[in-house]
Design a protein around this ligand. Structure first.
Ligand code: ADP
Length: 439
């Protein structure tokens, strides 16, 4: 109301008053002339301000530099506020869109939007990787054309109640995907994919492990059970047979005990998440201990020696290192025919310390080398059993190596022998703690 009085009624009354005064003083013609002149001035001013506003809207609508008069100032500032608000809203929308795009791009799960005929509308980069889609080219393409599997097509046609489906061996690879189909909006569905390859692999390893342990325990248990049944059902055994039976049963019981001990060692090592302690482990006495152990196992059948070419020691866990190195020595004795040579060596340089066991034994064919440290993997199952092996020794060595940031290297030639090297980084080496190097 105030604005109406100030900007409309006020000026109008002034003009009319001036025109009335003009009529009274100079006659009605002058009154009309005065009215026409002032009204024309008002119209010209407003047209000019309208033009200025138009220019501002076209070019500089975010600047406040324009000064217009009267009501026009109010129109201008109102428009300016509206423009500013629109700019801010647009900015926020742009930010939200960018955030959404970034989230879609970095999401580890794949997301594909498909229509009712399974045609691709949109997907994120993870879905491109999972399902082999190239969005730029494949937009509008049927998903079942890209993933050509009847079980997948059937799933898209009639999803299960929970909308879940596992797709194994996707596109001939070992990729396993867990898929979920979610209603999205009218005529559109969202397919969410998760890479479960590792979970499936772990599950397979767990199943194999249980099967292997059961198999390993079944053999000695069958032998012991069979003997017990014979002794219970039949006539009493003569003393010689009884001794033989009991000796076999005892050996089988020891075998099971050994297997359980190794399983416990492995499980303890695998459940450790912190690195091995930094306690100095003196290598000279450890090498002596390993040498004695090897000679005892060999029972004079091999030529075994031990050499330390460095006075450095290891920072780590002595029981674990003794168990790992002991396993390597035991294997060397077990897989080297009588008369063979076994050499234990502790050496190092500025970058590392290396414990190695070299033998002139049966050797290992190249194709077996990558799998040797798997639990229960053996080149020759029968030979391993004969010599009291469990198939867990090298798996234990590998765990101890990982726990000490070390690497286990195996080089071997069939029929010529093998070298197992336990390479420790310099951070695991304590310099010059031992006495002088020994041979
Ligand atoms: P095992 O108890 O059967 O010896 P390991 O895990 O210690 O189990 O070793 C796995 C397999 O690696 C063995 O079964 C054997 O075939 C092979 N192997 C290990 N050490 C040697 C070696 N020094 N010479 C030849 N073969 C070896």
């Amino acid at each position: 109301m105030k604005a109406f009085l100030t900007y409309v009624l006020g000026p109008l009354l002034v003009i009319l008053s001036l025109s009335a005064l003009g009529s009274l003083a100079f006659g009605w013609v002058w009154g009309i002339v005065i009215l026409t002149v002032f009204m024309t001035a008002v119209v010209a001013r407003d047209s000019w301000q309208l033009l200025t506003l138009k220019r501002w809207l076209e070019r500089h609508h975010t600047e406040t530099g324009y000064q217009l008069g009267g009501t026009w100032n109010q129109v201008f500032s109102r428009l300016y506020r509206l423009e500013k608000h629109a700019d801010q809203t647009q900015h926020k929308l742009r930010e939200a869109l960018e955030r959404f795009q970034l989230a879609g791009a970095t999401l580890p799960s794949g997301v594909v939007i498909i229509d009712t005929s399974d045609r691709i509308i949109w997907c994120n980069p993870s879905a491109e990787t999972h399902l082999g889609i190239r969005l730029k080219q494949d937009r509008g393409q049927s998903l079942t054309y890209l993933v050509r599997r009847t079980d997948f097509a059937a799933f898209l046609q009639a999803p299960s109640a929970d909308g879940l489906f596992v797709l194994n061996r996707v596109r001939g690879s070992d990729l396993s995907l867990s898929l979920q189909l979610v209603p999205y909006s009218t005529g559109e569905r969202m397919l969410v994919s998760h890479d479960i390859t590792q979970i499936e692999r772990d599950e397979r390893i767990r199943r194999d492990f249980v099967a292997n342990v059961s198999h390993e325990l079944r053999t000695p248990l069958t032998v012991i059970g069979g003997f017990i049944e014979t002794m219970m059902d039949g006539d009493p055994l003569d003393p010689a047979t009884q001794t033989r039976v009991l000796t076999t049963m005892h050996a089988q019981a020891l075998r099971m005990q050994h297997l359980v001990e190794e399983l416990l060692t492995l499980s303890r090592l695998e459940s450790q998440h912190s690195p091995a302690p930094d306690i100095p482990v003196r290598m000279t006495p450890l090498m002596q201990q390993l040498l004695q152990m090897g000679r005892h196992l060999s029972n004079g059948q091999h030529d075994i020696d031990a050499t330390c070419t460095t006075a450095d020691d290891i920072l780590g866990s002595e029981p674990e290192l003794l168990s790992a190195f002991g396993n390597l020595v035991t294997n060397a004795v077990r897989y080297t025919p009588p008369g063979g040579k076994i050499r234990l060596l502790w050496h190092g340089d500025r970058n590392e310390g290396v414990f190695s066991v070299q033998d002139s034994g049966i050797g290992i064919a190249a194709e077996h080398l990558p799998r040797l440290t798997e639990r229960f993997y053996r080149v020759d199952r029968a030979r391993s059993r004969e010599t009291g092996g469990t198939g867990l020794g090298l798996a234990i060595v590998k765990q101890v190596a990982m726990h000490h940031d070390a690497k286990l290297e195996i080089s071997s030639e069939l029929g010529k022998g093998s070298t197992f090297s336990f390479r420790l980084p310099i951070a695991r080496i304590a310099t010059n703690l031992s006495e002088t190097p020994t041979e």
